[in-house]
Design a protein around this ligand. Structure first.
Ligand SMILES: Nc1ncnc2c1ncn2[C@@H]1O[C@H](COP(=O)(O)OP(=O)(O)OP(=O)(O)O)[C@@H](O)[C@H]1O
Ligand SMILES: [Mg+2]
Length: 359
């Protein structure tokens, strides 16, 4: 078993810097997701770990060993690619057992491993087909199966569930979590789906434009996002982010924006009066009573709750959740309040740091 460490890792493609200076230490046996928008450098990071791409600077370790100069085949990792990269002329069975054949495992052992993985991935019926006779989702599962049978020190997954339908994705998510619990292997999982990252990971590394924004367990990322970008990226529906101003008076902070005036919790010493951003989770906006008013602009009934969008003054929109039985009428003006104990305050800018005192 082995952990993984990136130290000051930089990656340039020609004149373009894809990764700035990545420091990331993944513990042995940990399930870590690399999460971020398209083009932020997730695949590049994973490919460097796999040995398919060379860092421009910095060091990558698997266990104690610096692997910068170790060829992919000697790193004891298995990677499931974003494109599945199956051998087109081989059957599903052959594709899955390929790494075991290369290792010279006897037929009976190969057979047992393949059957176990096929069972888990619902591929048993498809073992004798060729990749071109499979749907995208089925091909993706074969690629997963080929990694599973290898049982390496470190598993690398690059959006392995992206081509599955919602139901199968949910099923596979649970299977992977269970697999991780059973094998206890280090797993690095790339996704741009925050729900996947939240539900599967021990810790999430959130990346924007090649820079690490936060590396923390899902609950911490949700409750105490390090900056405005993380705040908006994690959570569905997204956190409300309202631009306005901070003022300080008689020992406490106030936030003000058109139609909104609100005391905010204690802030760090770096907080200054002036421009700031208020962050409010939809579950912390309560319709029914309160000193604020908004017009109901949209009601989405999901079954167990409603997602309601309120138009406040100055073009501000606030998304909130209401219980299933509480369905506001579109166009009505309603009273609401914001749970001011639970709000976040961010410094100005797309990645303005969170200014709340640590909880
Ligand atoms: N071989 C390459 N040559 C030049 N630029 C590259 C190369 N590979 C990646 N890039 C650039 O590096 C950046 C990061 O790419 P990467 O594939 O790591 O993104 P990603 O986070 O995996 O995105 P996605 O979610 O779309 O898969 C992108 O801007 C991409 O265009
Ligand atoms: Mg990618």
């Amino acid at each position: 078993m082995a952990g993984v460490e990136f130290s000051r890792v930089r990656k340039e493609f020609g004149g373009f810097t894809a990764i700035e200076a990545l420091d990331l230490r993944i513990e042995e046996g940990e399930f870590v997701s690399l999460l971020g928008p398209s083009g932020c450098g997730k695949t590049t990071t994973l490919r460097m770990l796999a040995g398919l791409e060379f860092p421009t600077a910095g060091e990558i370790r698997i266990g104690e060993r610096v692997v910068n100069d170790v060829p992919p085949g000697q790193r004891d990792i298995a990677m499931v690619f974003q494109s599945y990269a199956l051998y087109p002329h081989m059957t599903v069975r052959r594709n899955m057992e390929y790494p075991l054949r290369k290792r010279g495992l006897p037929a009976a052992e190969r057979q047992a491993s393949v059957l176990m993985a096929a069972e888990m991935l619902q591929l048993t019926e498809l073992l004798d087909r060729k990749p071109r006779q499979l749907s995208g989702g089925q091909q993706q599962r074969v690629a997963l199966g080929r990694a599973l049978v290898r049982d390496p020190q470190v598993f690398l997954f690059d959006e392995p569930l992206s081509n599955l339908d919602a139901k199968l994705r949910g099923h596979m998510r649970a299977e992977l979590v269970e697999l991780h619990a059973r094998l206890g292997r280090t797993m690095v999982y790339v996704t741009h789906d925050q729900l996947e990252a939240m539900t599967m990971s021990d810790r999430i590394a959130i990346i924007l434009a090649g820079e690490l924004q936060q590396f923390a367990p899902p609950q911490e990322v949700y409750r105490a996002p390090a900056n405005r970008f993380v705040a908006g990226f994690i959570g569905m529906p997204s956190m409300n982010l309202v631009d306005g101003r901070l003022a300080h008076g008689s020992g406490s902070w106030q936030f003000m924006a058109p139609g909104i005036a609100l005391p905010v919790p204690a802030l760090a010493e770096t907080a200054v009066a002036g421009e700031a951003c208020l962050g409010v989770r939809p579950e912390h906006v309560h319709i029914g009573a309160g000193e604020l008013q908004g017009r109901v602009q949209l009601v989405e009934q999901t079954g167990h709750e409603n997602i309601v969008v309120l138009a406040v003054a100055g073009g501000i929109r606030l998304t909130c959740r209401t219980p299933a039985s509480m369905i506001p009428r579109m166009g009505d003006t309603v009273d609401f309040r914001i749970d001011s104990e639970r709000v976040h305050v961010f410094a100005p800018g797309d990645t303005g740091p969170r200014l709340n005192l640590p909880a």
